[in-house]
Ligand binder design. Structure first.
Ligand code: ADP
Ligand code: MG
Length: 316
């Protein structure tokens, strides 16, 4: 191990996809450096097109980096490819399966590909871990989307890697399945697996991750413990339904934003360090409105981005 206890260590990573015919070359990673500490659940957060999958696919050996260095569990992916590969399990963004294999066969085949001797394979144990033991002999094509995702996680773990990477594990899945996948990730992490996951949901990163790095346009714009990052999103929103037309409402300086969303509904954004929802409500009631309904929302990823990019501008 070169760095002190980094599961993954990335330095000045660049990737330019070559252009093809009319499409120009694309700089997908623009000098990214960070460490993933051992034992954590680490979130790589960013909007679509930010470069998350490019980074993951470089770790997986499926995309060739243009420059920079990557170490996985202390093994350089160029100089020590075999050990680097053995140290990581990857769950790709796209679900691809041969429909005619059963979950048990999928795991046995993958174990074979990774050179795990038959006697040491843990296919049954892995099926239990992802709650698919009752689907042991079902064809993959008959599994639900959620079962397929869980099988992919088991497949990534056949060689017992210390690091598991999941690329957008919950994109487009329903709330219940999302919860199940989160629980599975937490269980694996408790057993000692370092987990890296990419997501474009702040809520997911906030709920699961010890640390979050944010990537945007191929550049790392933040890398902090989750709590600190969430604190940076100072804005909160109250959504109000009033007893009459919102048009009569006068904007107060405490309202950072005041957005009419219907005849009688309005979303007021405020700085949670300076005021609170109660004061905002009092300001609205002070203008003679009755409040019919109220909900609050935390700032989302986009708000964090706005905060971060404006902080960067102020500092520049
Ligand atoms: P994310 O996973 O964060 O959505 P990607 O890593 O998939 O982002 O993409 C980053 C950028 O690289 C995007 O602009 C995307 O269009 C581009 N890109 C991704 N894969 C390729 C490819 N194989 N060839 C050319 N451009 C690509
Ligand atoms: Mg992606």
């Amino acid at each position: 191990m070169t760095e002190q206890a980094a599961a993954i260590s990335i330095r000045n990573l660049r990737k330019t996809y070559a252009g093809f015919r009319e499409s120009p070359a694309k700089l997908a990673l623009d000098g990214v450096s960070f460490d993933v500490p051992q034992g954590q659940i680490f979130g790589l957060l960013g909007p679509n097109g930010a470069g998350k999958s490019t980074l993951i696919n470089i770790l997986a050996g499926m995309v060739q980096k243009s420059s920079g260095t990557v170490e996985i569990w202390g093994h350089d992916i160029d100089r020590d490819h075999r050990n680097a590969k053995a140290s990581i399990g990857i769950v790709p963004q796209e679900i691809v399966f041969d429909p005619f294999f059963t979950p048990f066969e999928v795991l046995e085949l993958q174990g074979g590909l990774y050179g795990v001797p038959e006697a040491l394979r843990k296919s049954e144990e892995l099926l239990r871990a992802v709650h698919l033991d009752d689907k042991r002999n079902a064809y993959a094509r008959t599994l639900s989307g959620g079962m397929k995702r869980r099988l992919l996680i088991a497949k990534a773990m056949v060689h017992s890697p210390p690091v598991l990477v999941l690329d957008e594990p919950t994109a487009g899945v329903d709330v219940e399945l999302r919860r199940q996948l989160w629980e599975l990730v937490v269980e694996l992490n408790r057993e000692g697996v370092t987990v890296v996951l990419t997501t474009h949901y702040l809520e997911e990163a906030e709920e699961l991750c010890d640390r979050i790095a944010i990537i945007n346009h191929g550049q790392l714009i933040a890398n902090k413990p989750t709590r600190e990052l969430v604190e940076m999103a100072r804005e909160k929103i109250v959504v109000l339904t009033l007893d009459r037309d919102v048009a009569a409402l006068t904007v107060h300086p405490a309202f950072l934003k005041c957005e009419t969303t219907g005849e009688r509904t309005v979303e007021i954004t405020y700085d949670k360090d300076r005021t609170n929802a109660g004061e905002i409500l009092a300001l609205v009631q002070g203008q003679g409105f009755a409040i019919v309904d109220v909900t609050t929302r935390e700032a989302d990823l986009e708000d964090v981005f706005v905060t971060l990019t404006s902080v960067a501008k102020e500092a520049a």
